[in-house]
Design a protein around this ligand. Sequence first.
Ligand SMILES: C[S@@+](CC[C@H](N)C(=O)[O-])C[C@H]1O[C@@H](n2cnc3c(N)ncnc32)[C@H](O)[C@@H]1O
Length: 469
Amino acid sequence: MNKNDVREGTVIALGMNGEGVLKDNGIIVFVPFALVGEKIRYKVLKVASGYAYAKVEEVLTPAEERIRPKCPVFGKCGGCQLQHVRYAFQLKLKEENITNCFRKIAFTEVSVKPTVRGDDEFRYRNKLQLPVSSDGHGRTLIGFYAENSHRVVPVSDCPINAVWTADVIAAFKEYFELCGLTGYDEKSNSGDIREIAVKEVKGKLIITVVATLNDLPEKNKLIAILQNKVKYVFALYLNINRARSNVIYGEKFIHIYGSKDFAADMLGIRYKVGVQSFMQVNDCVCAKLYSTVCALAEADENTTVIDAYSGAGLMTALLAKRAKKAIGIEIVPEAVSLANLLAKQNGLEDKISNYQGKCEEILPDVIHREKSEGNKTVIVLDPPRKGCDIKVINAVKASKADRIIYVSCKPSTLARDVGLITGTLYHDGSEIKKAENPCGDYVIDSVRPFDMFAQTKHVETICVLARTK
Ligand SMILES: C[S@@+](CC[C@H](N)C(=O)[O-])C[C@H]1O[C@@H](n2cnc3c(N)ncnc32)[C@H](O)[C@@H]1O
């Protein structure tokens, strides 16, 4: 098999990124946007030892689940991977992916419960992130990155983002043109605007312009354009980022217009969202996820809940309401301030302690202290995609906590971390290996996906671990 060969084959399996997998003369070929059972004509893009990457040239026998994608840039933009698949089948694919991750990474067979879905398959996102670049001929591009790249695919709307998306894009196009502002070029570290980020909080928007400039020109004109085009109450921030790196935000956020943060409520808890707070992207699925975490925690008036990676503290507060106390640990100082405010606003300050810092540094001591007080302990883990640090895993494994609720946004790191906690995997000081005689104090009690990210390959999962002894 050589690069640029055009060949035919039938897809036999699903890959971890939602792609089709087929075998061609002993070589495993990964083909994005191809479905199991489909006969396809494909073009080889890259050949490595034992495997290859290819793209679909033509679907010769389409699967029953294949549908026409809604978005004109589907397949070019890296945002969605599954718009060509009937929604009910997307959920099946995600369940299968989680099963495969546990089988292949953690050497564990799990029975994955049916996925909990939201009300909307489209227009569900409350958070929009639009990189801005230049086409090299003086045209400023606003859009999304192509898959695995930093090349901006221009868009005028996005069907998974909120209804205000097209208006926000149109407003910024008008403003950039008016002021002659250029998009950022990563190679030469030049250009004015790097990104536009928008979060919706209960019908109000927090808009951030990430720029290399000290100040935005014609601020009042930008405010007027936004007021005219986007019919929502909004706050406007400038974030200054001149770093030659692909980290989105610089350290400095400058408040330009509107309220500094906005109030929201969920499941009876009132809270504030600021420009830097982490927010789950799908309000409807988020409420279902948090309710389920609370129910699964089985906390009572004798229970301490440790909420590791606690963000702005909403889940900590929901857990505290049912428990003796709850302890949040979060790295972002602004999120911790908001979590403290949230505890106060909801009359829970006596039941909640929030620590600012890294879980790997704080969690071991917190577990030790709580266990020595003799309380029933539940640990909730909700890390970013890369999963938990090994120090966190070791502390949780040795914790003797009654239950561990792992909330994950990446099945492969979930499987790895659960394998380490339950003992099917171990860390030998430098790498993770399969345990020959698996043993540990925890077993998997349940695994349930939540479709926080419809049309994409991503999925949120709650995995409950129960103590065996
Ligand atoms: C997936 S979010 C979950 C937030 C929160 N549980 C929620 O539902 O809103 C992960 C959080 O972990 C925080 N974080 C990332 N690395 C961390 C670390 N090493 N220690 C503590 N917090 C961390 C992030 O800032 C983010 O708020």
